[in-house]
Design a protein around this ligand. Sequence first.
Ligand SMILES: *[C@@H]1O[C@H](CO)[C@@H](O)[C@H](O)[C@H]1NC(C)=O
Ligand SMILES: *[C@@H]1O[C@H](CO)[C@@H](O)[C@H](O)[C@H]1NC(C)=O
Ligand SMILES: *[C@@H]1O[C@H](CO)[C@@H](O)[C@H](O)[C@H]1NC(C)=O
Ligand SMILES: *[C@@H]1O[C@H](CO)[C@@H](O)[C@H](O)[C@H]1NC(C)=O
Ligand SMILES: *[C@@H]1O[C@H](CO)[C@@H](O)[C@H](O)[C@H]1NC(C)=O
Ligand SMILES: *[C@@H]1O[C@H](CO)[C@@H](O)[C@H](O)[C@H]1NC(C)=O
Ligand SMILES: *[C@@H]1O[C@H](CO)[C@@H](O)[C@H](O)[C@H]1NC(C)=O
Ligand SMILES: *[C@@H]1O[C@H](CO)[C@@H](O)[C@H](O)[C@H]1NC(C)=O
Ligand SMILES: *[C@@H]1O[C@H](CO)[C@@H](O)[C@H](O)[C@H]1NC(C)=O
Ligand SMILES: *[C@@H]1O[C@H](CO)[C@@H](O)[C@H](O)[C@H]1NC(C)=O
Ligand SMILES: *[C@@H]1O[C@H](CO)[C@@H](O)[C@H](O)[C@H]1NC(C)=O
Ligand SMILES: *[C@@H]1O[C@H](CO)[C@@H](O)[C@H](O)[C@H]1NC(C)=O
Length: 494
Amino acid sequence: MTRVNSLIAYAAATLLGAAAAQSSSVAASCSSTLSASYAAPSVAEGYVARLVANNLTKPRGIKFDSQGALLVVEQDVGITALTLVDAGQGCLSVGSRKTVINDTTLNHGIEFSANGSTLYASSPEAVYSWDYSPQSQSNTSEPKVLVANMTTSDHTTRTLLRSQHAPGLMVVTRGSTANLDPEAEVLSTGHSQVKAFNLTNQTTTYDFDTDGLLLGWGLRNDVGIDEEPLSGGIYSVENSVDQMVREGQDIHENNPGEEMNFLGYLNGTYSANQGRNFGYPECYSAWNVSAIPDFNGTVGDQFAIGNLNSTVNDTTCDAANRQAPRLTFQAHMAPLDILFNTAGTAAWVTFHGSWDRADPVGYKLSVVEFANGDAVQPSNSTTAAVDIVSNANNTACPSGCFRPVGLAWDTQGRLFMSSDATGEIYAVLRANGSETSSAGSNATGTIPSSTASGGGSGTASSGSASASASSLATGSTGSMSALALVVGVLAFLF
Ligand SMILES: *[C@@H]1O[C@H](CO)[C@@H](O)[C@H](O)[C@H]1NC(C)=O
Ligand SMILES: *[C@@H]1O[C@H](CO)[C@@H](O)[C@H](O)[C@H]1NC(C)=O
Ligand SMILES: *[C@@H]1O[C@H](CO)[C@@H](O)[C@H](O)[C@H]1NC(C)=O
Ligand SMILES: *[C@@H]1O[C@H](CO)[C@@H](O)[C@H](O)[C@H]1NC(C)=O
Ligand SMILES: *[C@@H]1O[C@H](CO)[C@@H](O)[C@H](O)[C@H]1NC(C)=O
Ligand SMILES: *[C@@H]1O[C@H](CO)[C@@H](O)[C@H](O)[C@H]1NC(C)=O
Ligand SMILES: *[C@@H]1O[C@H](CO)[C@@H](O)[C@H](O)[C@H]1NC(C)=O
Ligand SMILES: *[C@@H]1O[C@H](CO)[C@@H](O)[C@H](O)[C@H]1NC(C)=O
Ligand SMILES: *[C@@H]1O[C@H](CO)[C@@H](O)[C@H](O)[C@H]1NC(C)=O
Ligand SMILES: *[C@@H]1O[C@H](CO)[C@@H](O)[C@H](O)[C@H]1NC(C)=O
Ligand SMILES: *[C@@H]1O[C@H](CO)[C@@H](O)[C@H](O)[C@H]1NC(C)=O
Ligand SMILES: *[C@@H]1O[C@H](CO)[C@@H](O)[C@H](O)[C@H]1NC(C)=O
């Protein structure tokens, strides 16, 4: 090797090393890799789903503390802190596991204050707060009861969302007491509602039914909720009704659709949606239009349940009388979380999966493209949710596949996802090492072109990559991106 060649080789190696340290592609395997006990998920091209934690009890809501520990609500157990060991190249494993709150009533909701020193969580009855030390991963006070009087049956999770745009406001979602809950027709019951409570200098415990700012009612069970980062718009995802019958016909297989609702803004910007009735338990949004008898609308329009009569009919459910969803998804997919990226170009949605359908659907993580504070697709779209992590074969579900619930970003833009049925946490990475949170802008073009999340027929699509038997499930562009990086660096050198 000539001197100049060896110098160039040295410079290339150094530069490649530096590039690798910043944004190296994800390793094909890790020494710490855990294996799922079921067929590994299918993953869209360019993504990797890596299993980073297991042996948890029904992990639901997840949230990173200010020091980078992942706090997990283990349903009916309490809150556990996991520190993650990062061996580089997306090799993540659990370093330590510590019980933070031992309280078997906690079942889903979790939040932190802006400065990270207050931890919030919820039970079916109440929203609590504790002073929290991220250094010791423990509470440093007794719990305070912030919002109470929420106990009901059936849908008992109370998701929490701390507003970034309206400091001090905490959004709480509360579902119905039954598949069909007549009390949800009465505003004062507090059933099937989303409300915001002002925690700034709070002096008394709030009563969910009588206090708070009403964001919407007639919302059957909007478990997932997030604030769009550019506009501050509040978007929720709703689990709609089971066993739907209309005009004497069982239409439940592909109707009604699951929903993404727009609930307006918290910072005072006006929206006609805020505080409106969204339909439940009388009105539902159409998914497979042709299966709905005597219906004149299109996908996403609302229609009445049961036998149409002089008090409940499709006029009762039209846009003038009830707020329709912003988007509709395949029936029974059971959306449980929605999480925006910081650029406001993508909303990630977990679909927990179906029980009330002959062919299982859901059991996947999808992404919905956003721009300018709004979804890109029109409200009648059947292709708005694009699958990123799914199962090649849903037949084994729910016992033999992952069942996603909660989502959280770490500070490096990596997406974390809990799976309650399997007691696991996955990290969803980009194969080329770039941030998962950068997906969704046209500049990086990383949302795969839509393969549709179930068409009008209700056919579930599978992910675009095939399942592998290892716990590393990956799309195929990782090595190509690494090659492109090498070529790019060499081109720069010469
Ligand atoms: C999970 O629990 C099982 C049974 O208790 C144990 O054998 C296994 O080592 C645990 N795995 C981890 C990663 O903690
Ligand atoms: C939680 O507290 C109960 C009752 O005090 C105790 O039996 C249990 O071992 C504790 N669990 C954990 C994980 O600390
Ligand atoms: C919350 O309450 C505080 C204290 O009363 C008040 O200053 C603030 O404006 C309130 N925030 C909102 C969004 O209403
Ligand atoms: C909240 O209480 C603190 C301490 O009493 C006070 O300094 C602050 O001004 C109050 N904030 C609002 C918004 O009322
Ligand atoms: C809960 O409701 C009961 C009556 O239904 C009322 O007496 C009590 O004050 C309420 N609690 C709170 C915290 O508002
Ligand atoms: C609310 O926030 C949005 C986005 O930052 C901003 O455009 C709007 O002006 C704000 N509204 C009010 C009333 O402050
Ligand atoms: C559907 O449209 C037809 C024709 O306009 C009308 O006769 C019928 O009453 C409509 N059905 C419903 C349920 O609105
Ligand atoms: C009309 O239909 C609704 C929904 O099925 C039902 O609750 C109500 O009792 C019906 N009213 C009459 C007058 O039949
Ligand atoms: C439909 O219900 C509304 C009340 O929601 C009622 O005003 C209207 O007359 C009903 N239409 C028919 C055709 O019965
Ligand atoms: C991305 O580009 C496509 C095709 O040019 C366009 O239809 C779509 O609206 C763009 N999406 C965003 C979020 O700008
Ligand atoms: C769907 O919505 C778009 C945009 O609002 C509209 O142009 C189109 O005609 C609608 N399609 C149907 C079948 O209603
Ligand atoms: C899907 O899984 C079921 C049950 O696990 C199995 O019987 C079936 O053959 C599988 N289908 C495919 C296409 O692999």
